[in-house]
Design a protein around this ligand. Structure first.
Ligand code: ZN
Ligand code: ZN
Length: 287
């Protein structure tokens, strides 16, 4: 038995228990708990497949375009010198648990406009050693023409995107526009197959009193993202972490986007985005 979520859409893994978005003990903003414990829990629960998707290192030049909190930057992703240990850990875990569960080892890669080339190089280098990779937007252009973290804290969001807090449609459209550019970018033969938490921009929606509807122009950008994904045969990460964030209380993406994805024909894989065992248990064990 496991928890059920109410979702609209076409499940890529219909009838199977899967989690397509997981972090490990190497994640600097995680709990440091060994992901092996999480894997054992998943095997107990009868899971068919898990995807480890650790945050890929940020491109070296990105720090100069970043204007936000230093701690947010320093803890956003693993370092370049941790890539090999991460892949080695993945191989070890596959050896240990591979006979009980389908374990994919990959990265959650950031789409950062202007840094496409380094991202393509990274994916070309690690791609052959990875399974499912995710493409996500955690950073967006804001104040001072710099990049700011979208999901670090309410205060940081306010600092980076303050001028747009009263122009929600513009702010959201800017986010989806960045996702669209990411989706249209060719990252080479190992371009990520799945798009992470498509509407992460709403993470603090209750704090900032954002509405849950989109204007026509924003809907059009979302439609274009989904049509592109359909054409490319890519999928969406239906991310349940948002449900458990006090100022979000909703999955990523919203039911509106889920409905649109269903109509357009973009399948999903559910992901808990767990950064430790207790989040995983909370996401999957019935109360
Ligand atoms: Zn994370
Ligand atoms: Zn993410």
């Amino acid at each position: 038995m496991s928890k059920q979520y109410s979702i609209v859409g076409h499940n890529q893994y219909e009838g199977q228990l899967v989690d397509g978005h997981l972090h490990t003990e190497l994640c600097p903003h995680g709990t440091g708990e060994k992901v092996a414990l999480l894997i054992e829990k998943a095997i107990d629960l009868g899971f068919y497949k898990l995807c480890l998707t650790e945050h890929a290192p940020l491109p070296s030049g990105f720090v100069r375009r970043y204007k936000g909190d230093k701690e947010a930057y320093d803890t956003a992703a693993i370092r370049t010198d941790q890539v090999e240990p991460y892949l080695a850990l993945g191989t070890e875990l596959q050896k240990e648990y591979g006979q009980y569960i389908n374990l994919s080892v990959g990265f959650e890669v950031d789409y950062l406009p202007g840094f496409e080339e380094s991202t393509r190089e990274f994916l070309t280098l690690v791609g052959p050693y990875t399974g499912d990779n995710l493409l996500s937007v955690h950073f967006m252009l804001g104040v001072d023409d710099g990049f700011w973290c979208v999901d670090y804290s309410e205060a940081e969001f306010q600092r980076g995107f303050g001028p747009w807090l009263t122009k929600q449609d513009v702010l959201y459209r800017r986010y989806f526009q960045s996702v669209l550019e990411g989706v249209q970018t060719d990252f080479g033969p190992h371009t990520p197959v799945r798009i992470g938490h498509l509407d992460l921009i709403k993470k603090y929606q209750h704090h900032f009193n954002f509405k849950s509807s989109y204007d026509k122009a924003t809907q059009q950008v979302i439609r274009e993202i989904l049509q592109t994904l359909r054409f490319q045969n890519r999928t969406l990460d239906y991310n349940i972490a948002g449900l458990y964030k006090s100022n979000c209380r909703e999955m990523y993406p919203s039911s509106f986007i889920q409905g649109m994805a269903y109509a357009i024909g973009v399948p999903y894989m559910i992901g808990s985005d767990s950064h430790g065992v207790s989040a995983f248990e909370n996401a999957w064990t019935p109360e």
